[in-house]
Design a protein around this ligand. Structure first.
Ligand code: 13P
Ligand code: SF4
Length: 335
């Protein structure tokens, strides 16, 4: 169903005006609802700390898709953005999949409208389409294989070298992968608003002030930022790197939510968020941060907003996700 129509329906039902009583122990209520409804709470690392603290599983996009594919819960409560919850629904048509705030979208997914992408694809009929999981179900349905930043290199290397490839929608991740694999994939011109905001100049100054710190970055960042990085990886890979590397401080170029798990798992290390190119907190993803603990509770209590999907679209979108999960399994890749 169209998201705007679904939001309007929620509004008409008065759902968007619901408030959580200030005296309610929301943490305890969420735990009660998990048991009562056989629900699992899956959260991305970019969620606010309170949400991460109540989640049953916290992961990157690959880990979350793998967990969603395996769960025996009746209800999947997805603390992340729309394309993530949609992926969980594609994999679990009979389960109830909930997203605390239906407006939690993604600038990267928005940068590839299905109609324009279909026209682009039709111009290159000999190309295979590899799409980053940060895209809509419609784009997934137009793709041959889905990838995440955890498995993208392995996915691309599983394709014969002489096979031309379209990579969508992230041009920064695509350019990074072209460099990593020696391919010349045709790139869709999309980008993440959060990862394009980092200031090269401020990062350089920060590195001078903290010569002992390792600079780590997500591959959705621009090439000039990635060129400065000591390590590049998905959110799970960045977290692992901070746990295993001998350095005691890290400058982190990705959304700030990941710093919560980094601080929990390495309490004696220092984590410095890479600065954006203006004074606002723009390295907080405005979409991810729409979810709050209160909205998570309300969505479990009222079982709304629910992700709905037309069956033909779901079946088409599932094939390239299944291919990704199969290749990742064969390569022993976990998110
Ligand atoms: P990963 O967690 O898969 O690295 O993706 C980052 C991201 O931007 C999710 O929206
Ligand atoms: Fe989309 Fe970027 Fe936000 Fe991730 S951080 S959800 S890619 S806008």
């Amino acid at each position: 169903m169209n998201i705007d129509i679904a939001i309007e329906q929620l509004n008409k039902r008065g759902y968007l005006d619901l408030e959580v009583p200030a005296t309610l122990d929301v943490f305890a209520e969420i735990e009660r609802l998990k048991v009562e409804k056989n629900a699992i709470v899956l959260a991305h690392y970019y969620q606010e700390p309170d949400i991460q603290d109540v989640a049953d599983y916290i992961g990157d996009s690959l880990g979350l898709a793998q967990k969603a594919a395996q769960t025996s819960a009746d209800m999947i409560v997805f603390a992340g953005v729309h394309f993530m919850a949609e992926t969980a629904k594609i994999l679990n048509p009979t389960k109830k999949v909930l997203l605390p705030d239906l407006k939690a979208g993604c600038s990267l997914a928005d940068s590839a409208p299905a109609g324009l992408f279909k026209a682009f694809k039709d111009k290159h009929p000999d190309h295979l389409v590899v799409s980053y999981i940060n895209c809509t179900a419609e784009i997934k349905a137009l793709s041959d294989i889905i990838c995440t930043s955890s498995n993208a290199k392995a996915i691309i290397e599983s394709i014969p070298e002489d096979q031309p490839i379209i990579f969508a929608p992230d041009k920064n991740l695509g350019a990074y992968l072209n460099k990593q694999t020696g391919r010349n994939m045709l790139l869709w011109n999309g980008a993440c608003m959060v990862h394009e905001i980092f200031s090269l100049e401020k990062i350089t100054r920060l590195k001078v002030r903290h010569p002992e710190a390792k600079f780590i970055a997500h591959p959705e960042c621009e090439e000039a930022v990635l060129n400065l990085a000591d390590y590049i990886g998905s959110t799970t890979q960045l977290l692992k790197y901070t746990q295993e590397d001998s350095a005691n401080s890290f400058i982190v170029a990705t959304e700030t939510g990941i710093l919560h798990q980094m601080a929990i798992s390495s309490p004696n290390k220092t984590f410095i968020p890479a600065p954006p190119n203006n004074s606002c907190a723009c390295n907080d993803c405005p979409h991810m941060k729409l979810n709050t603990l209160e909205k998570l509770y309300l969505c479990m209590e009222y079982e709304l907003p629910e992700i709905q999907m037309e069956e033909t679209l779901r079946v088409q979108a599932k094939q390239p996700i299944d291919r990704m999960l199969e290749i990742s399994k064969k390569a022993g890749l976990l998110g």
